[in-house]
Design a protein around this ligand. Sequence first.
Ligand code: CMP
Length: 135
Amino acid sequence: MVERTLAIIKPDAVSKKFTGKIIDMIENHGFNIIRMQKLRMAPEHGQAFYAVHKERPFFGELVEFITSGPVVVMALEKENAIKDWRTLMGATNPAQADAGTVRKLYAESIGKNAVHGSDAPETAQEEIKFFFHDL
Ligand code: CMP
């Protein structure tokens, strides 16, 4: 089934100039980039995006990091886009990520982990709408 998912290239990867390399991996794995925007999230924007994690001990750190510099936000489309983008990203903790994944190649820690991907169809729809209101 053709699906859409939200991908974010996070501030660590953007500042290290990995944007092009990550987009290349995305396109080489058959995803279509439906929309793409580079932006800097405001603190309220970061808090709202990660609201599901607001009770976690690392919430403050998470929002501070995602708002620390520009991100590149993309709506991706392909068959099984949600699962396939998560597979291509690799494990949340780069120390546990498989060889050849984005996080193995470009992430430095569980917090500064280079990329984000939606985890389920409902969250994918919500997260895409959060950035691209008309999708
Ligand atoms: P992401 O998939 O963008 O959504 C939630 C984020 O929380 C996750 O990526 C991690 O970067 C971050 N995260 C998860 N666990 C921790 C942790 N123990 N410390 C800091 N950040 C974390």
